[in-house]
Design a protein around this ligand. Structure first.
Ligand SMILES: *Cc1c(COP(=O)(O)O)cnc(C)c1O
Length: 456
């Protein structure tokens, strides 16, 4: 998905040209081009949101979250599978998002004490919470034990011993699944691959059974099964099948040794179409689950994040200025930046860009341009050599598929306040988090007294 090999025409050598506005909209049913109002999200004109709330602004579509949650569950039912869906909260942890998914029956997969407290505040019962992650602190373990969460996914022998100690001290029992590293390459970006030997995640496959046996004998631990999560933005069912085949093998071997296995947690990772990829299919995922684990007689769980939330969110931005480049494509400087949406600078991610104005949506004349933010880093680039209708100062654009790993990764780098967040739901819209006030950036900073007494 690297975007830096592009030539000036917006066509990467050996790659298909970037999809145009019409193609991008056709693949995103909650967005449409109204001839008068311009770009709509569900029934809401995005220009109205930008007028009211300013830009940069995150917009999240409740209808899209619900539709995707339902499609995922329907795919599992159609394959005759009873699968507990645990939304991976780190993808987008806003309370409104959690409320919507909780109402669809989703539980949560959390990776910190903060996320645990957050999902409890959103009303997700502890009995539907799984706690993942390579390093849970004592305080986080104690909190999760007090709350009585349904499952700890333990990632090392060391963590298992620590958890045993904390559970004994707290006088309770921790339900534990061992997260196994299946050593399967998910074929995704190296920074989001988690299931190959040599990265920090999970217990090596060869050590899994011995540790599971030990877990069965440990005080304060109830060993319930195994978990795997092999990476993110996975588009083909093949890596899932390879991993889950190993998971099934482990379950059979554990049982052959007389060790009970109740749960197989199959992780998240299903990918979406950012550019022109074929989106990961929940139906294919369900088929793979059924084929590899359907006859194991275990309770199945999945932990989708990106697939649910990414397509439901966009980031609205306004063109600050066009900077001409002699003999080359202009720089279009946006008021959104890498501190808002980090994925392009972090992962070379490609995000679709669609203008908001009706005349730009209609325009068939395009130019190649570089779209950048104002932050003082070369990496603050959203798109290079992108073909778009010619954008002028004051024009607005939507950066697509920003609903997952978007607002949650924002920072205030360059003292840029966190952007406003808006929810649309049918014809309704509401600010679900106001733009951070500039003064709030330093409101919690203290200057020690001996520095603040100025010489006369
Ligand atoms: C991040 C993560 C997920 C979700 O991954 P997506 O690619 O967003 O579906 C699920 N499980 C674990 C353990 C994770 O770390």
């Amino acid at each position: 998905m690297g975007t830096d090999t592009a030539d000036m025409s917006g066509v990467r050598p050996g790659f298909a040209p970037d999809p145009g506005v019409a193609e991008l909209l056709a693949a995103r049913p909650f967005l449409s081009a109204d001839p008068v109002a311009g770009l709509l999200a569900e029934g809401v004109p995005l220009n109205a949101i930008a007028d009211e709330a300013g830009t940069p602004a995150w917009v999240i579509s409740a209808g899209t979250l619900r539709a995707r949650a339902r499609r995922l569950k329907a795919a599992m039912s159609a394959a005759d599978l009873d699968v507990a869906a645990h939304y991976a909260v780190k993808a987008n942890d806003h309370q409104a998002v959690l409320h919507i998914l909780a109402a669809e029956g989703f539980g949560a997969d959390v990776v910190s004490g903060g996320e645990l407290a957050r999902v409890r505040a959103a009303g997700i019962p502890a009995a539907k919470v799984i706690f993942s992650g390579v390093g849970k602190t004592d305080a986080e373990m104690d909190l999760a034990l007090r709350e009585g969460i349904s499952q700890f996914n333990v990632e090392s022998a060391e963590e298992l011993d620590i958890l045993s100690g904390r559970a004994v001290a707290a006088g309770c029992e921790a339900r534990v699944a061992l997260r196994i590293n299946p050593d399967v390459d998910a074929g995704t970006h190296e920074k989001i691959t988690t299931g190959v030997a040599g990265n920090k995640f999970g217990i090596p496959f060869e050590e899994a059974l011995a540790l599971y046996r030990r877990a069965h004998g440990l005080a304060g631990i109830r060993a319930v099964g195994f978990a795997m999560h092999i990476g993110s933005q996975i588009l083909s069912p093949a890596p899932f099948r390879a991993a889950w085949a190993r998971l099934a093998m482990l379950i059979r071997e554990a049982r052959a040794q007389g060790l009970a296995v109740e749960v197989a947690d199959c992780g998240g990772g299903l990918g979406i179409s950012y550019r022109d990829e074929t989106e990961g299919s929940p139906e294919a995922l369900a088929g793979a689950l059924r084929r590899e684990l359907g006859d194991c007689g275990v309770r199945l769980a999945i932990e989708p994040g990106r697939w649910i939330a990414a397509p439901a969110g966009i980031l609205l931005s306004t063109v600050i200025l066009r900077k001409a480049v002699a003999g080359g494509a202009p720089f279009i400087v946006l008021d959104a930046a890498m501190n808002d949406l980090a994925r392009p600078s972090l992962y070379d991610a490609w995000h679709g860009l669609v203008p908001l104005a009706p005349h730009l949506l209609r325009s068939s004349v395009t130019e190649g341009a570089h779209l950048v933010g104002p932050v003082c880093e070369t990496g603050d680039t959203f798109a290079r050599d992108r073909r778009l209708p010619a954008l002028a100062r004051g024009d607005r654009v939507a950066l697509l598929d920003a609903g997952a790993y978007g607002s949650v990764m924002s920072s205030t780098y360059n003292s840029r306040p966190l952007a406003v967040q808006v929810l649309v739901d049918g014809d309704r819209r509401a600010v679900i988090r106001p733009r951070q006030a500039t003064e709030a950036l330093w409101a919690e900073e203290y200057v020690p007294e001996w520095l603040s007494s100025r010489p006369e």
